[in-house]
Design a protein around this ligand. Structure first.
Ligand SMILES: [Mg+2]
Length: 282
């Protein structure tokens, strides 16, 4: 086996809508059988880890919490490392605020709290103008750090798309000229945390996704090889035109199984000349 840790995007990479992409289930099984590990790294804040475990069970894929690393997890970990004991104003769902508090973070939703040192923004399905006003007030009148979970403009739902955290941040930026530090893809934090959690080296890992500017860019920033799959958003022409060049391109995850697990018979088109041949896995 040439790669031990597969860091997988979900939408467009493993699933399309509420169905597995053909070959995805067999790929996940083959990773496990080979003694490897897969971790879903997702910016999607509309589902928690427990929701994902239930969702994948309905598709016949058994997973445990250590198979997931979400932008919410990365944000909580970052806040614990940098803002322990400090007052953090949060614009987020009740469930995310609860999760932050369970992790020991001092979260407030009271903008008049003079001890606030940081503003946190996330996807919020109960967003209202009062919350937007509070964030604008805090970011305009005080020198506060500004953190957000993920830069995605939209998140997929059953009928199409809804505004995601990035769109909320854009609205705030229009009024305050403040940009947050994002923790989700394409920032490398999620990949770095996954490497730390599993004890794998960057050379043993592969980031797999269907989007160039989040998935592939994230792997590049973390110094990890990347595989673009053409089962979702990006096309081969997009990859050729993008500055975020994947190490390999495959039609789907079905071909990854043959390329990176024992007895490879199918090879991806290598597109990154910058990667030394010594690191080649196919
Ligand atoms: Mg995707």
């Amino acid at each position: 086996m040439k790669k031990r840790l597969f860091l997988l995007d979900i939408d467009g990479t493993i699933c399309r809508g509420n169905a597995l992409i053909p070959g995805a289930g067999a790929f996940l099984q083959a990773v496990r059988r080979s003694g490897g590990k897969f971790v879903f790294i997702t910016n999607n804040a509309t589902r928690g880890t427990a929701d994902y475990i239930r969702f994948f069970r309905t598709l016949g894929v058994e997973t445990t919490p250590d198979n997931y690393l979400t932008a919410a997890y990365a944000t909580i970990r970052y806040l614990k490392e940098h803002y322990a004991g400090q007052h953090i104003y949060a614009l987020a769902t009740d469930s995310f605020i609860r999760e932050c508090r369970q992790n020991g973070l001092n979260i407030t939703t009271d903008a008049s709290d003079k001890a606030i040192t940081c503003v946190l923004v996330s996807y919020d399905n109960a967003l209202n103008y009062e919350k937007i006003k509070d964030v604008c007030l805090l970011l305009t009148t005080r020198q506060l750090d500004y953190i957000a979970t993920n830069p995605d403009l939209v998140c997929p739902v059953d009928f199409g798309y809804l505004p995601d955290c990035g769109a909320i941040c854009n609205m705030i930026e229009t009024a305050t000229h403040r940009k947050p530090k994002f923790l989700g893809k394409p920032e490398p934090a999620m990949v770095q945390y996954a490497l730390q959690n599993t004890g794998c080296t960057p050379a043993e890992a592969l980031v797999v996704g269907d989007r160039l500017y989040t998935d592939i860019a994230c792997g590049l920033r973390a110094g990890v090889d990347t595989a673009l799959v053409l089962s979702g958003e990006a096309t081969e022409a997009d990859a050729a035109a993008s500055a975020d060049k994947p190490t390999w391109i495959f039609p789907s995850v079905a071909e990854l199984r043959q390329a990176f697990l024992p007895d490879p018979t199918v090879h991806g088109a290598r597109v990154s000349a910058a990667v030394p041949a010594a690191r080649a896995c196919v």
